[in-house]
Design a protein around this ligand. Structure first.
Ligand code: ZN
Length: 156
């Protein structure tokens, strides 16, 4: 695991936690929840010389998907979300952005997440756990012993 690095960014007005998981040997990475400010995420990837393989959205709320469009357009990466939240990506009423006065519309998912799925990107190995509640398609992502839970667990 020592070649795997973790970067934490706090993005947007709602202070969304965004994580970059990178493989320092292969120089590739994935991004969890680019909630806003896609430019800031891309800048981080550029200064670290990392190729973005995929975005994983823990769920479909606007403050977790706002950077999808910019990053997909700039990098051509994949976009993963659970089946039960995939319609939220392109529906401002479902992703709640309609209430913010600034509609968020993400590109559609390229790949669908499933419970107990293992995803591998180079040396980055992730396990997907479906944890519905906050939204029907909320997932948690397990990296070694670290769990990324989106909004399933709120830190007060
Ligand atoms: Zn949420």
């Amino acid at each position: 695991m020592e070649k795997i690095a973790l970067t934490h960014l706090v993005l947007g007005e709602l202070d969304t936690n965004c994580y970059i998981i990178s493989d320092l040997e292969k120089r590739n990475c994935i991004v969890i929840d680019p909630g806003a400010e896609g430019e800031k995420v891309l800048h981080e990837l550029e200064i670290k010389d990392l190729k973005l393989e995929a975005i994983i959205n823990t769920h479909g709320h606007m403050d977790h998907i706002g950077g999808n469009e910019f990053l997909l357009k700039e990098t051509g990466c994949k976009l993963y979300i659970h089946e039960d939240d995939k319609d939220m990506l392109q529906d401002p009423a479902k992703n709640l952005s309609v209430y913010s006065g600034n509609d968020v519309i993400s590109p559609p998912a390229t790949d669908i997440l499933e419970d107990k799925q293992i995803l591998e990107f180079g040396n980055i190995r992730l396990k997907i756990i479906h944890t519905p509640g906050h939204s029907p398609g909320s997932v948690s992502i397990l990296l070694d012993k670290r769990l990324f839970s989106g909004d399933t667990l709120f830190k007060k």
